[in-house]
Design a protein around this ligand. Structure first.
Ligand code: CAO
Length: 451
């Protein structure tokens, strides 16, 4: 009898949530067949099987929190499948059509008492969730401290999150101090009796739930459950917005010469099988800027009153996908040529859009670039991707009249919006950093000398 276990998913990843179990008891699985869709706080991953055989026992279900090494199912070698091909489980694409309903199913099917029996949750580090232990929240940008996680089942955490209660403030009445659903309800009631629902809000927790009006009174509506990625994005951005004092500075670079070069170089790049886009060039320049201005390649640890400076340069790229915003990371971008960056960026974006990102693709970022210019816009205020301390937004390049040597000249101008964490970066540094980037774009020779 063999078994399939949750493999290592990447550095600092100790657990994940099962979005979908794609096989069932009686199925014959092959090596490399996708058997689970897993989600960490960074990515959704389709997990291939590394063993083959007939599944004899399934030990997990949709929505379970699983840890590295945990047994997923057991198999018997060389046995025939129980189910004829026509009755085989729904293919991945079909299953994917109704993620929300599938995620909710196990919880809805269980009575409250059964939910209380759930297995102890192995808490997933997720910097943005309301389930962060209080100490972790106080640390601001730091990921939660695992050992401090309140003992509570996933359904209990979910209820707390949904009604805007910080589970870590609740004293559990269950065995070993375990927090039960009733504890959450009683805690919430007490807070409301005290007349200040805001008291339950730890820094970074999402806003308390204010009852919504019945919109259907005003017209037709449809209601969709949030996907896991959308939920995580919402929590992460709320956390960043509430903990980081944001400043955004705007400026423009004259990219006329850069655009002319891109056009002239297109054929050569073609031979390399890549397209040199503005984003790829920006990754290169930003990587050099991060070395020149280390306070932009940092994280804040308010608990220890310290700033962590990184000697490595990993640049995250915001990628727009059908299922939401994903930020894959180009590792050691400072050591790559623009061609290598372009190639890596394409590969990462493609994997992200096909839901094939690995954990390594999604972690370890130092700074993020969000280029919305391919779509449009003149400026925006990007939210810092905590625990990073700055993000560069790029809007649409356009030809503008620029006053040069006593006359207007048509120049291609690229707008930038740099947001940063004012706790560690002062305004003067912010504009120095942005001006250095613009200078490097406009004077590539200076960049070669200094960058
Ligand atoms: N101004 C004008 N044109 C731009 C531009 C800009 N700032 N940035 C890109 N373009 C152009 C490109 O040159 C290309 O045009 P051509 O096909 O004529 O050469 C076209 O727009 C498409 O570019 P691209 O998207 O294929 O390539 P990219 O490397 O510039 O960008 C990526 C890659 C992954 C950043 C982009 O595809 C993307 O997903 N952007 C959205 C990011 C996002 O969602 N940010 C929001 C985060 S906060 O919610």
């Amino acid at each position: 009898m063999k078994q399939f276990n949750i493999p290592e998913l990447g550095e600092n990843i100790s657990s994940a949530t099962i979005v979908k179990v794609m096989v069932k008891v009686g199925d014959v699985v092959e090596v490399d067949q996708t058997v689970l869709e897993l989600e960490t706080d960074k990515a959704t991953i389709e997990l291939p099987c590394d063993v083959s055989g007939k599944i004899t026992e399934m030990k997990v279900a949709d929505g379970d929190q699983v840890s590295i090494g945990q047994v997923v199912f057991t198999l018997e070698e060389g046995a025939a499948a129980d189910t004829p091909a026509a009755e085989a489980p729904a293919p991945a694409a079909e299953v994917k059509e109704a993620p929300a309903a599938q995620e909710k199913a196990p919880e809805a099917a269980q009575p409250a008492t059964a939910v209380e029996e759930e297995k102890e949750e192995v808490f997933t580090p997720a910097p943005a969730t309301t389930t962060n232990p209080p100490k972790a929240i106080a640390v601001d940008n730091q990921p939660p401290i695992l050992s401090n996680a309140a003992p509570a089942a996933p359904s209990v955490r979910r209820l707390a999150r949904e009604i805007g209660v910080d589970v870590n403030q609740i004293k559990g009445s269950g065995p070993g101090g375990r927090i039960l659903l009733d504890d959450v309800k009683a805690f919430s009631k007490k807070l409301h009796e005290q007349g200040n629902p805001m008291r339950q809000q730890a820094p970074g927790a999402s806003a308390p739930q204010v009852p919504l009006p019945d919109f259907s009174k005003f017209g037709e509506i449809t209601v969709e459950a949030m996907s896991n990625i959308r939920t995580k994005t919402a929590e992460h951005l709320s956390y960043a917005w509430q903990t980081i004092p944001h400043v955004t500075q705007f400026d423009k670079a004259d990219v006329t010469a850069l655009e002319a070069f891109r056009k002239s170089y297109a054929k050569t790049a073609d031979k390399e099988g890549v397209k040199i886009t503005v984003t790829a060039i920006l990754v290169k320049i930003v990587s050099a800027a991060l070395k020149k201005f280390p306070q932009f390649n940092a994280s804040v640890d308010m608990q220890r009153r310290s700033i962590i400076y990184k000697k490595y340069v990993n640049v995250g790229i915001a990628v727009d996908t059908d299922f939401g915003l994903i930020v894959p990371v180009i590792r050691n971008a400072d050591q790559m040529t623009v061609i290598e960056i372009a190639r890596e960026m394409n590969a990462l974006a493609e994997r992200a859009r096909n839901k094939k990102s690995s954990i390594a693709d999604m972690t370890g970022g130092c700074f993020t670039i969000s280029n919305l210019g391919g779509i449009g816009g003149t400026a925006f205020t990007p939210i810092v991707n905590t625990p990073e301390v700055a993000i560069l937004g790029v809007s649409r390049g356009a030809i503008e009249p620029v006053w040069i040597d006593g006359k207007f000249e048509p120049r291609m101008m690229l707008p930038f919006s740099l947001s940063y964490d004012h706790r560690v970066i002062d305004g003067a540094d912010g504009i120095r950093f942005l001006r250095w980037i613009i200078d490097a774009i406009e004077n590539p020779m200076k960049f070669i000398v200094e960058g």
